[in-house]
Design a protein around this ligand. Sequence first.
Ligand SMILES: Nc1nc2c(c(=O)[nH]1)N[C@H]1C(S)=C(S)[C@@H](COP(=O)(O)OP(=O)(O)OC[C@H]3O[C@@H](n4cnc5c(=O)[nH]c(N)nc54)[C@H](O)[C@@H]3O)O[C@H]1N2
Ligand SMILES: Nc1nc2c(c(=O)[nH]1)N[C@H]1C(S)=C(S)[C@@H](COP(=O)(O)OP(=O)(O)OC[C@H]3O[C@@H](n4cnc5c(=O)[nH]c(N)nc54)[C@H](O)[C@@H]3O)O[C@H]1N2
Ligand code: SF4
Ligand SMILES: [Mo]
Length: 732
Amino acid sequence: MLFGRRKKKPITLRDKAVVEWKYATCGYCSTGCSMEVGLDATGKAVTTRGVADAPVNQGKLCIKGITEAEILTAPGRGTDPLIRDHIYQDWQATDWDCALDKTATEFKRIQQTYGRDSVAIVSTGQILTEEFYTLGKLARGVIGTNNYDGNTTLCMASAVSGYKRSFGSDGPPGCYDDISHTECLLAFGSNLPEQHPVIYWRLKEALEKRKFPVIVVDPRVTMFAQFADIHLPIKPGTDLVLLNSLAHVIFSERLADEEYMASYCNGSDELRALVQRYDPATAAKITGIDEDMIRNVARIYAGARAAMTIWTMGINQSIHGSDGVCAINNLNLITGNIGKPGGTSLSITGQCNAMGTREWSSCSGLPGYRLLENEKHRVEVGQFWGVDPEFFPKKRGLFMTDIFPAIESGEIKALWLVATNPLTSMPNTARIRKTLEKLEFCVVQDSYADVESAQYANVFFPASVWAEKDGCFTNTERRVNRVTPVTKPLANSKPDLWIFNQLATRWEQGRGMSFPDSAQEVFEEMKVLSIGTGVNGKARMLDISGMDYDKILAQRGIQWPMRAGEETGQARLYGDGVFQFADGKAKLLALEWHDNNEKPDHEFPFWLNSGRVVEHFHTRTRTGKVGNCNKYSPTAYMEINTDAARKMGIEQMEYVRLVSRRGDAVVMAQLTQRVPYDMVFVPFHFFDCVNRVSLGLLDPHSRQPAFKQAAVRIEKVDQVEAGRLNRELRTY
Ligand SMILES: Nc1nc2c(c(=O)[nH]1)N[C@H]1C(S)=C(S)[C@@H](COP(=O)(O)OP(=O)(O)OC[C@H]3O[C@@H](n4cnc5c(=O)[nH]c(N)nc54)[C@H](O)[C@@H]3O)O[C@H]1N2
Ligand SMILES: Nc1nc2c(c(=O)[nH]1)N[C@H]1C(S)=C(S)[C@@H](COP(=O)(O)OP(=O)(O)OC[C@H]3O[C@@H](n4cnc5c(=O)[nH]c(N)nc54)[C@H](O)[C@@H]3O)O[C@H]1N2
Ligand code: SF4
Ligand SMILES: [Mo]
């Protein structure tokens, strides 16, 4: 292929010699782009391309999706099971039977000695739904520990909690197509162009056809903020005050949809009374947003025929995360913006299958949004699996963020990590290190053997990755889409489904239950469990009984619910105004804001904010090894305001030390006006970096850490020494 000037030095791209294209859904973010992976004559995956007729991405992919074929054979992949008695010993390669036997024996020994819940399982949002369902069956029905949770507690827990409190159930009510219908889009703490580039592209496309206001609430001038019509540079952790104040204006200026509230909501009197206290003048002092601007935004939002709110980690990762989500739901309920085209509350999900784990993994309950607290649900699932319902606990166990303290206190003695890397991604990693040292036994199941958390493991299970496996992901808009086994598992790695099934056979109880080998059979089981009656007496919302693998592939993903006999799925939830509470009404919640963050002070004068960049994904087990991703941000850095840096004598690209009450981290300074004078922003992708300093206070409802708010100071460091340290930490 020729690019550029034809005659003078044309750029020639190497022909990748693709002989076959196979279907998959991208394995990074939850946008859920449909792609095809190109195989060469030897069967090696060499490239990817977007699927043109796919409803989500219509042929587009971002940098991570375009380079995704490289991750299959990237350095550091786990090739054989590994084993060692003590974490200070070297690893020994072993066979699967030996690694699985050792794990089952240790889990049983520890459970017999310390009780069933002394074994903890922490999973992910990044394996296939059929694998989640099977892990849930193993954890709840065979191993029987209640301390089983996922890294979604670091990610979507506040959204889940907020949906449950407002609407009675998890499940994002809106869809991407709402962007094409809305008259106003309000975004809280989401940097869409970098973190969900293809959803952002859909927004750009909608704006080209029809202009409508885009309002971005973020303390940083992100790329999204730069493209917005209005940017509200909010003081960290004060979104709830802004939302209450918007409701104040909407009520006091009689802009609310009284008819909608009267028909479909409870709690409007309490909400009205509470937001009385959040007048724009008071809110302006707390949020830093001008009072007239608050009035202006409230009028635009309530005046739009249809308005939608999207949000991501700027809301979820806060001590008011769950309340923030409920306040967003309040805003949309009082303006009648739920379940109609262009009117919605839409959490933009994080990981490729964070939705799948919420739906089917049994992490917070039982499959299909069932609850451990509900006797009918325990009986239904127990009978279906062939497990005595009395074997199930009667309420959910510890959240991920409470599991680590329980290891510290000695309550938990064994840990199984499935596709998550807490040694880099949890707050206060120095403490996590000490915690992991206390374990009697630890298993890490990951596609990459060089994942940092494996430092503390006694057994390593090398898992196959993404398009080496078969199954489904669910994306942000409830769309179930297919990943097909494009290539064979690398070396002796095995699909997570196979690993779970093999482990189940190590228990008598597991041998008596059905653990199907094929993903398709597992999917058929889930379909049966998805049918039934919900708490409001209507058909269950999370119904996938009308789907099958062929239909999903043909439609390039289908949104649930899709009931048996239906041609396709449903774009929106709650269009009929019936919510998932017994009386069918949504709850308007009166939410008081409490000022209880760690805030900058004399000793630690900067806000520490953290997040992501477009070319890296999380802890870089994958993108860190893809040249075209890694080259754009190869090293840990922080954004610091140019004026603040000048005042401290910090130059562009100089190394500095960030110090908090927890620890320190060395980063390179990038001088920019993107952050305010009293804030630094650090991407969290790098090992032994920002999470050495982060605090992670927990939201009381969702137990999600406030990664985005802590206080730090900046110190000068020796440049040569810092450069050496930095190189040592960036091993690839
Ligand atoms: N390239 C890339 N894309 C990804 C990922 C990735 O690692 N890399 N990860 C995926 C996952 S799992 C997730 S969860 C999503 C995350 O997607 P996003 O949430 O969009 O990304 P972040 O950079 O974590 O945070 C978003 C913004 O929140 C802002 N923020 C901080 N404090 C506050 C506050 O108090 N109020 C408000 N309103 N905003 C605040 C930050 O300044 C930041 O710009 O991205 C997904 N997509
Ligand atoms: N400071 C700060 N910290 C944060 C955040 C922040 O904004 N700021 N964001 C938080 C958020 S939203 C998230 S989601 C977490 C993410 O935190 P983690 O989940 O710890 O990060 P990942 O690097 O995505 O880890 C996933 C692991 O799964 C492995 N893997 C990938 N595919 C497969 C597979 O098919 N099978 C198996 N067995 N393994 C696989 C990868 O190699 C990787 O090691 O980080 C959180 N931490
Ligand atoms: S936007 Fe997300 S799903 Fe789409 S290609 Fe990029 S990382 Fe993959
Ligand atoms: Mo996330």
